[in-house]
Design a protein around this ligand. Structure first.
Ligand code: FMN
Length: 430
């Protein structure tokens, strides 16, 4: 029996920059190699203070370079088959051109800043500007550095350009502080490389070959979107400010990743995506029925709709008038859709959204446990760029294993992709 490896034949150019986590690079190279990748390496001058070229050469047959004008020692294997670009001083072009994927791990604040600003003063930064391949960063730094507005602004620039990030994660940092800044685990980095290499392969195939090989091909994903409207009388409702944009972005992205999509919508103000199955569910009660029914033949649910927690207990059959002493509404709680779905489908993959304005991660994690979710996307509508109707969202993902991944402010389509790639990974592991 031949074993399938997630990076079989992929040429991964690993850039190592000068953070403490660089000492993990040989282990990362080995892990990539075990998945079938051909790894070549470029180190920055500062990275060489933390890891040696000899240690890296002992774990890869690909080239291990650091200098812009290095000409020799290009290694063996599938790198530089074209050879012409391996002439003196052209390693950056050759390596950049031939890579299927460029991974920077660890990525220092400095390297992130240089890439965001287009600086090219050493072999790695020059190769990064010379590549057209997907780029994945695994940032690692002190928490204050990670949270610095300059670093976050650079990260936002790179994300908007399509650069992907894995981590950083929360935990104890090399300097003894706790916080977000640890490099993602080797497993998470290898997994992120595999999804990106898969996506790159799928997008290279273009529109010619159907959905085969797409991360969600053969899967059915139920997505909910919009805000429910709970009737007070025939003309008035209790609702919220959800536009439906986040749910629509998830539906569109799931479709583009190869899934069959059932999109259940309450009231929305945004343009719905084409090429998905639409089911109208204007109220919380209609939505619970629609979701339970749709999940029968689905693999996963992403619950992005803003479902009212309360509904008028006795909606009036006729329009209420202004006359009299005022109006008192009795509100009854609505069904908790995710809990009902979990009870009905104990093994299906469930993703929830939590909208919190304080203590976001702790509250989101509590919600995830209470409802038995696999993943929760937490956002705070009071944060800049995350308000209702916005095209961007600042989301933190928390999974059932306790991993916390702040995605930072990014376009809703990118948030959707990050969520769905995790769903795909989980489904494909089953
Ligand atoms: C002991 C030590 C550890 C460091 N660790 C990190 C780190 O984890 N992340 C980071 O962004 N910078 C770290 N730095 C700072 C970088 O080494 C510095 O910004 C350098 O200019 C990065 O260069 P490079 O991006 O070209 O590798 C560290 C510096 C020292 C001296």
């Amino acid at each position: 029996m031949t074993e399938t490896r997630s990076l079989d034949g992929a040429r991964v150019l690993l850039g190592i920059t000068g953070g403490v986590a660089a000492y993990k690079a040989p282990e990362l190279v080995r892990a990539l190699g075990r998945e079938g990748a051909h790894v070549s390496v470029i180190l920055t001058a500062r990275a060489r203070r933390f890891v040696t070229k000899d240690a890296l050469r002992s774990v890869t047959r690909g080239p291990v370079l650091h200098g812009l004008f290095e000409s020799k020692a290009l290694g063996t294997g599938p790198w530089f088959e074209g050879a012409a670009t391996s002439a003196i001083g052209m390693a950056h072009i050759g390596m950049a051109r031939e890579a299927d994927l460029v991974l920077i791990a660890p990525a220092t604040a400095n390297a992130i800043g240089k890439l965001a600003q287009g600086l090219a003063d050493d072999l790695l930064s020059t190769a990064l500007l010379a590549t057209r391949s997907p780029v994945l960063l695994a940032p690692a730094m002190n928490v204050a550095m990670w949270e610095h507005p300059a670093v976050q602004a650079n990260v936002a620039i790179l994300r908007a350009r399509g650069v992907r990030l894995v981590g950083p994660e929360e935990g104890e940092l090399a300097d003894g502080e706790r916080g977000v800044g640890r490099m993602a685990t080797i497993e998470a980095i290898v997994e992120a490389c595999a999804s990106l290499a898969g996506l790159a392969g799928a997008s290279r195939a273009g529109g010619s070959g159907g959905a085969d090989g797409m991360p969600l091909s053969g899967r059915t994903i139920v997505v909910t979107a919009g805000g429910t409207e709970e009737p007070i009388d025939p003309v008035r409702v209790i609702t919220n400010r959800s536009s439906g944009k986040m749910g629509f972005a998830i539906a569109a992205e799931a479709r583009d990743l190869g899934a069959r999509v059932k999109l259940i919508t309450a009231r929305t103000t945004a343009e719905p995506p084409a090429g998905v199955e639409r089911i109208e569910a204007p109220t919380a009660a209609a939505m619970v029925d629609a979701v339970l029914a749709s999940m029968k033949d689905a693999d996963a649910l992403v619950m992005a709709a803003a479902v009212s927690d309360f509904t008028p207990a006795r909606p009036s059959g006729s329009k209420l008038s202004r006359e009299g002493s005022g109006l008192h509404l009795d509100l009854a709680p609505t069904a908790d859709i995710l809990r009902e779905v979990r009870a009905a489908y104990p093994r299906k993959h469930l993703v929830g959204f939590a909208l919190e304005t304080e203590d976001e991660v702790a509250r989101g994690r509590g919600k995830m446990q209470k409802k038995g979710l696999d993943l929760i996307a937490i956002n705070n509508p009071q944060k800049p760029g995350s308000s209702f109707g916005s095209d961007t969202n600042d989301v933190t993902l928390v999974d059932a294993g306790g991993n916390v991944e702040p995605l930072g402010l990014r376009p809703k389509r990118e948030v959707a992709r990050a969520i769905l790639l995790r769903v795909a990974q989980a489904l494909n592991q089953d």
